[in-house]
Design a protein around this ligand. Structure first.
Ligand code: ATP
Ligand code: MG
Length: 424
């Protein structure tokens, strides 16, 4: 049973208006799936037999978007209800098909019946159509049974559907974790073998997917599943190498901690900064490379700058990190060695750096997971709370801390790997 209270007024308005103009109109996809679980959907997708121009004729607040496949966006202040025409062929939902090579792209614009529209979708539970007029759910692919059983299952032949669009492997993990569903074995089994197909996906699209995976509110479990299915290493190859080198070491403890914090913040509706997450994800590759450079004679800040560039240059081949984000990641990284300088005037200057707070938070997490000196993090905590006079004393005596490079080779063992929290 679907509670109407969970459906946005704007989506209802769009559905009624289309119906009144004698078109078919249904809610479809993620919103129906979430409504059936009693959850509030994050957005509403509507499908109709009206063509884009016809949709535009019905709504004044309508904008047509998309080049290859035209969609209508109905604007209500900052809420957008997306309206698509029933379509006959597979589509990755992003207007950016993988079939370019054999020239099938032209057929993208084929409209179809509602049933054809269902078959082109990815998972059975994503292909349910809700009719507001009689409260019925239309199901052409067995999605209701799977939904009741908590099963995520691709429509059609799994391997073929993954090959058609390998991003579906990532979507499978994301939905399974978010919904608490089980990926049907026929779909789960081929994933490790097909994981390498992600190499063929444009890195910008993978960035969008990674953001959805990490900001889902279930990033801890998502991360574990991605590693389990050997997908993580395709997204973050160098990070995976570091993790594999030290299966229980502090890099894993650190990442688990950062992801745990991220999930907590999302559950409390607090903002999460993608640059912080990405800085954490690539920290171990940058840190170990910088240490190698320091051993070879580079100064610390320079070593971090160089390591940051090299790691980022390689990383963006798989997952493109936009410059606006990578610039800040770089700052957080190169501020880490600078945070070790706590004598003289430097700390006074550093604390006014626009990224000081983020870099300090980063240091605290490193310290909590055993990779940086807790006394150093404490020193900065106290320094921020101190008044001018106290600060002068602290920077004179250096808080009794040794300064300069610490544990470039040896490092403190982190606490044992925390048991992965399995709640969903
Ligand atoms: P959410 O928005 O909660 O992340 P969703 O299921 O709505 O989940 P969207 O990416 O918004 O996901 O896509 C809407 C619908 O479009 C999906 O439910 C699915 O039916 C279809 N779809 C999206 N991406 C694909 C894809 N790669 N292959 C096939 N169908 C897809
Ligand atoms: Mg959606």
């Amino acid at each position: 049973m679907i509670s109407r209270a969970l459906i946005s007024d704007h989506a209802l308005k769009v559905l009624y208006r289309l119906r009144k103009a004698n078109y078919q109109a249904y809610l479809v996809g993620g919103c129906v799936r979430d409504l059936l679980l009693g959850r509030e959907p994050k957005d509403f997708d509507v499908v109709t037999d009206a063509h884009p121009d016809e949709i535009r004729a019905v709504f004044r607040n309508c904008r047509l978007i998309g080049r290859r496949f035209r969609l209508a966006h109905i604007h209500f202040g900052d809420e957008i209800v997306e309206v698509a025409t029933f379509r006959a062929l597979n589509d990755d939902g992003e207007g950016d098909r993988q079939h370019g090579r054999d020239g099938r792209i032209l057929r993208d614009n084929i409209y179809g019946s509602i049933e054809e529209d269902a078959w082109r979708r990815d998972f059975t539970v994503n292909a349910l159509y809700y009719n507001i007029n009689d409260f019925s759910v239309l199901d052409f692919v067995g999605g209701m049974d799977d939904h009741k059983a908590g099963i995520l299952r691709l429509i059609g032949e799994p391997e073929q559907r993954f090959r058609e669009d390998p991003v579906r492997m990532l979507r499978a993990i994301r939905f399974a974790v978010k919904l608490g569903f089980t990926i049907h074995p026929s779909c789960a089994d081929p994933i490790p073998k097909l994981a390498h197909l992600l190499e063929g996906i444009p890195s910008a699209r993978l960035f969008d997917e990674v953001i959805k995976l990490l900001l889902s509110g279930y990033s801890v479990q998502t991360f574990e599943e991605l590693r389990h299915f050997r997908l993580f290493g395709l997204l973050f190859p160098e990070t995976e190498q570091c993790l594999a080198r030290e299966p229980d070491g502090f890099p894993l403890v650190f990442l688990a901690k950062v992801l745990e914090r991220t999930d907590e913040r999302i559950q409390q509706n607090k903002g999460v900064a993608p640059f912080f997450l990405f800085a954490a994800l690539l920290w171990e590759p940058v840190r170990s490379l910088a240490n190698a450079k320091m051993k070879a004679g580079d100064t610390d800040v320079y070593a971090y700058q160089e390591a940051a560039s090299e790691v980022l240059n390689r990383q963006v081949r798989s997952v493109a990190i936009p410059r606006s984000i990578s610039l800040t990641m770089r700052e957080i990284w190169t501020l880490q060695p600078r945070l070790e300088r706590i004598k003289g005037l430097k700390p006074f200057k550093l604390i006014t750096h626009p990224r000081f707070r983020a870099a300090y938070d980063f240091l605290v997490l490193r310290a909590e997971t055993g990779e940086a000196e807790p006394e150093l993090a404490n020193w900065w905590t106290r320094f921020q709370e101190a008044d001018e006079a106290q600060r002068r004393v602290m920077t004179r005596e250096g808080g009794g801390l040794r300064t300069g490079a610490r544990r470039s080779g040896t490092r403190r063992r982190g606490p044992r790997k925390p048991k992965a929290s399995k709640e969903s």
